[in-house]
Design a protein around this ligand. Structure first.
Ligand code: PRT
Ligand code: ZN
Length: 287
């Protein structure tokens, strides 16, 4: 169908909102995202954006109100709706963890036997306890889980953690990871051909942005006599590009390196005689 648009659901306002919108923008998709907007059209890509509460996204996608969505794996796992995971997005990283008050002498999961655990993730936690043969009482509360032990409502909690500072400032100690989570792109199953084609186009761009974020473009100058050594040390994805510089006896070396190796690589290269090292972010990387 002509003029067909893919409908995507993003979190309206919360921890995933900014990263989700930035990701689309990095994919070259232009749109306005005024505060309070529920829906927006994009200017240069057949996409329509819906802004929703994150907990509602799996259901809206499963029901076909939206075709695709961006949501945390924790929400997906808890809600168990009929949606397909299409691509992990590398942001919104956190873990769902069990935590106990500091003075709780915790050694193993067995110590939670018969205890009251407060959480907003009863389904995930129940499944975890079944898998680990622990009998504990799950108390479902919708927010401020971390204060439950101090007001006598629970003996322990199971909540999302990223830096750990919320647990710490509430006198809690993280003891077990129940699941790791990050934002994922989900889709309703069996998209019509036209919509699937648009999704494939979007995915192509998303993957290019994701790959770019994990890599840096590096340029450096090397004296020719040290060139061989430097090239050998460069952990690039392919052999680097080497160009002669106007100054005789010097070359310019260009390569792409993984962000994780980055600082270490730069130090090694510098020690090997590289000069004028420039490191640039990459916007898109198409393999
Ligand atoms: O209004 P709406 O329902 O859309 O939003 P929400 O309040 O339910 O969700 P929101 O915006 O808090 O989180 C959206 C998603 O972000 C979650 O479903 C996770 O997938 C992801 N995410 C990543 C997190 C965190 N990190 C996180 N740290 N979600 C929540 N937290 C909370 C946690 O619950 C705890 O209260 O942050 C606190 C802990 O953080 P640290 O840094 O102190 O450990
Ligand atoms: Zn929510």
């Amino acid at each position: 169908m002509k003029n067909q648009k893919l409908k995507i659901a993003l979190q309206k306002s919360g921890r995933l909102s900014e990263d989700s919108m930035n990701l689309l923008k990095k994919c070259g998709i232009r749109f306005s995202s005024g505060l309070g907007k529920l829906r927006t059209e994009t200017e240069n890509f057949p996409l329509e954006i819906y802004f929703l509460r994150d907990d509602d996204i799996p259901e809206y996608v499963a029901d076909g109100v939206a075709d695709i969505g961006i949501v945390g794996e924790n929400v997906l796992e808890e809600n168990q709706k009929a949606v397909e995971r299409v691509e992990k997005l590398n942001f919104g990283k956190c873990r769902l963890s069990l935590a106990v008050p500091k003075d709780f002498a915790y050694r193993s999961l067995k110590d939670l036997e018969g205890k009251r655990i407060a959480t907003s993730y009863p389904n995930i936690l129940r499944e975890f306890f079944v898998r680990n043969a622990v009998n504990a009482e799950i108390h479902t509360i919708s927010g401020s889980v971390e204060i439950a032990p101090s007001i006598g409502l629970a003996d322990a909690v199971c909540d999302l953690v990223s830096s750990g500072s919320t647990l710490f400032s509430n006198g809690l100690r993280e003891v077990e990871t129940v699941m790791n989570s990050e934002a994922v792109l989900v889709s309703r199953p069996n998209l019509e051909t036209g919509l699937q084609t648009i999704l494939n186009k979007l995915l192509f761009r998303l993957k290019a942005v994701k790959a770019a974020r994990q890599n840096k473009y590096i340029l450096l100058n090397a004296p020719n006599e040290k060139l061989e050594k430097i090239i050998e040390l460069l952990p690039g994805i392919k052999s680097p590009t080497v160009l002669p510089l106007a100054a005789s006896g010097w070359s310019s070396v260009h390569s792409v390196i993984n962000e994780n190796d980055f600082w270490e690589s730069v130090e090694i290269l510098k020690n090997a005689g590289a000069e004028g090292i420039l490191v640039l972010s990459i916007d898109q990387m198409i393999s």
